[in-house]
Write a new protein. Sequence first.
Length: 370
Amino acid sequence: MSELDPTLGLMNKQWPNPARAIFSAMGRTTADYRYAYLILIVHTATMGGLTWYLGVDPHYTTGTAYLRWSLVTIANLAFFYMLWLVLRMLLQGNEHPTRALKERMGQVLLANDRLAHAIHSTCIFVALIVVFANVKSTIPAISPFSWDETLIHLDRALFAGLDPYKVTGLVFGNIYGIVGLNFVYNLWLVIFVASMLWAPWTGNHTLRLRYILTALLTWFVGGNILAICFSSAGPCFVGLVTGDNTFEPLMKLLKEVDTETGMVWALIAQDMLWDAYSLNDGDISGISAMPSMHVAVSVVVACLAWEIGGIWRWLGAAFSGCIFIGSVQLGWHYASDGIVGGILALLFWKASGYLAPWSLDHSSPVPEPA
């Protein structure tokens, strides 16, 4: 074959068996992720042991739904990436797009163990999401809501006797402020997913590991352990759970703005979560306020953007600030939820700055920049 096609011959010498090359690369790069896998195993074992000890049945529907959506997203992205490559090759007048695609995929996926690093990273992210989702949807059964009153008083102590939404409402308690914050708050999911898709393929190996380790620690400690220890429903649900009408004026304002604009999508999500909780049904379920994982994740993303530098630093900082304000103004969280979530994210980002270099196995090739 090499006599007929030198390019393919060279490629076959470099990657004589793609499957074997991938498995070999997976073995070489596993040591790089040893701390990440360890944290994931401890997370899974701790939460699994807790639910078993308490005799609680996790809400597996939520985790299964997240797993299904993750796999569909990955498959679609892979398909559209290859389709885009083929179309670009056709537009460039390539007479053998299939052959060129094979060569290109070999360069992108097999060179420098890039695919192996992406597989490790993606598997860790998907497993983390599934474990977290199963536990989050089970939190009220593990630890019934009991911290809302304490968190309300804590917020007032931090804000000179005022409920924080009244402070944020001085600037954002109007149609434009609420709709704008709602838009950015919904953008959180897009940015979060984008960061999980970016990390497996980045050429900055240390930064990838730092982001993965921070995410694992933040979701484990903040999203599950502290959420169980300080089980709370949050401002938008506290009235339904305890009868406390502290946030009735805020929820009334949100409904009025939604009636006028139809753009306060937070209310739709809150209704869906309440129905799933009260009826014990639905793919998307799980109510917990302390700490705010929206704020925690946005701070992690801001730290990541700060490392990248340039204008991304200020965009990341502005994004995390808007998420914190939005979490209060849209009734999702107490201000203390966001403060604790942000502090956790910063602490784990700092800790991961030491863990990532320790975790690296420098005998394995470091991916080249994409």
